[in-house]
Ligand binder design. Structure first.
Ligand code: CTP
Length: 407
């Protein structure tokens, strides 16, 4: 998560029991290299000790008394001005009301008023308080002023009731912070379509033909594109991964479903990255009953060729001009890596292909790392070392942005 490295993030914590969850968030951000300054309101400090936050951030958490310290006489200005993100989580109805009306009667609200960056606010309160017209109006005032309201989610509330008012989970808040920090990245304003995972071709209601793709590379690409400000559509085969916060996830199972989704989503898109491991063959007929063990003899599965999605994209672009401005593919190879990848680059009319040797145990399918060679259509090649899939993704996204610039 190098997106957080050396980023100054202020977290304002107010008096909701969800405050304890923010300790985890502050810790995760700190571990990712962020410089996290926490400001607690008086009520927040009754729920979670400032010392708890100081312990996880390595920086002194601030409380109201700090506003009047001689050495920190401009603390609120410092906290308000010197940050790249200012998140208030959990934000109670009371603090939301104060923010909406410019009331600055404690260190948090005075710092929020002094903040040069727009605020991110994650409400947390009981359902009735959240739906109260006063709170709704206050939230609208803040939104109109450029504040980003994160959540709340529906579910179990501290009152024992169920409804809308739960603060978003810290993973969600972390994802929103990433989007916020990346909003002016190299792909800001660009639409990016990314495919991920393997497809499944049904044999009968129980069995499928699939492959070992985990989807990790495609999901990492989606996160890397979000980190650079892109609007991301993630078209995924069945995988066991959480969609990155902010990605528009389209779940597919078969090649035909994935193909339809890719063709539709790329009618008007800047960039397509096909990281999915798409089945080349499917059973020519899907049995609608479970195939039973035959007495004597083995059942035969007849196969049919599936559409090649990248070739379809290229054909449509050639015939009607409709399609992504830049197209990037992957080549999964066990031999003749460069020759095979170059031939796919040409055949599928790609701008760039990432060739990976999937015979290596430490790289490619299922692994957390990947070793790829990038090959551009102008003949340039670059062999990257074995690295985390997130790092490979950051490089591919930077190269995509350069390709888009040349168009
Ligand atoms: N691909 C595709 N449609 C298919 C198969 C593959 O769009 N039906 C895309 C993949 O997403 C990848 C690229 O084509 O970006 C290369 O996929 P790969 O599986 O390496 O190659 P294939 O074209 O399937 O050829 P082969 O299996 O013979 O290596």
């Amino acid at each position: 998560m190098k997106v957080f490295k050396e980023k100054k993030i202020v977290i304002g914590v107010t008096g909701s029991i969800a405050a304890y969850k923010v300790v985890g968030l502050a810790s995760q951000l700190t571990q990712a290299g962020a410089l996290v300054d926490v400001i607690l309101t008086e009520s927040a400090a009754k729920l979670v000790s400032p010392l708890t936050f100081s312990a996880v951030t390595g920086r002194r958490a601030a409380v109201d008394q700090d506003l009047w310290q001689v050495d920190d006489h401009v603390l609120h200005i410092k906290l308000g001005e010197e940050n790249q993100a200012f998140l208030i989580a959990p934000a109670t109805a009371n603090t939301i009301a104060k923010l909406a009306h410019g009331i600055a009667d404690n260190l948090l609200t005075v710092s929020a008023l002094a903040s040069r960056t727009d605020l991110l606010v994650a409400p947390a309160m009981d359902g009735g308080m959240y739906s109260h017209p006063a709170t709704q109006e206050n939230l609208s005032i803040l939104e109109d002023r450029g504040v980003t309201i994160l959540g709340p989610a529906a579910g179990h509330l501290a009152s024992g009731l169920s409804g809308k008012g739960r603060m978003l989970e810290s993973e969600q808040l972390l994802g929103h912070l990433r989007i916020w920090l990346g909003r002016e990245g190299v792909l800001a304003g660009k639409k990016v379509v990314i495919t991920a995972g393997g497809t499944q071709e049904p044999i009968d209601p129980v069995r499928v033909i699939s492959n070992r793709s985990s989807g990790k590379q495609g999901y990492a690409l989606a996160q890397a594109a979000l980190d650079q400000g892109a609007e991301v559509v993630l078209i995924s085969g069945p995988v066991c991964l959480d969609s990155p916060v902010g990605a528009n996830l389209i779940e597919t199972t078969t090649v035909d479903q994935m193909s339809a989704a890719v063709l539709k989503e790329t009618e008007n898109t800047d960039l397509l990255i096909m990281a999915a491991a798409v089945a080349d063959y499917k059973p020519s007929q899907e049995s609608n009953r479970k195939i039973k063990k035959e007495k004597g003899g083995l059942p035969a599965i007849n196969l049919a060729v599936t559409p090649d999605i990248l070739s379809e994209i290229a054909q449509r672009k050639e015939s009607s001009g409709v399609g992504p401005l830049v197209t990037i593919g992957f080549a999964a190879e066990t031999e003749d890596l460069l020759t095979n990848a170059k031939s796919k680059l040409e055949k599928k009319k790609l701008d760039l292909i990432a060739a990976n040797d999937i015979s290596r145990k430490d790289s490619g399918f299922g692994a957390d790392k990947n070793q790829v060679t990038l090959i551009w259509k102008d003949g340039r090649t670059e062999e990257l070392p074995l690295m985390e899939k997130s790092e490979v993704s950051d490089i591919i996204i930077q190269e995509s942005a350069k390709l888009l610039e040349t168009i």
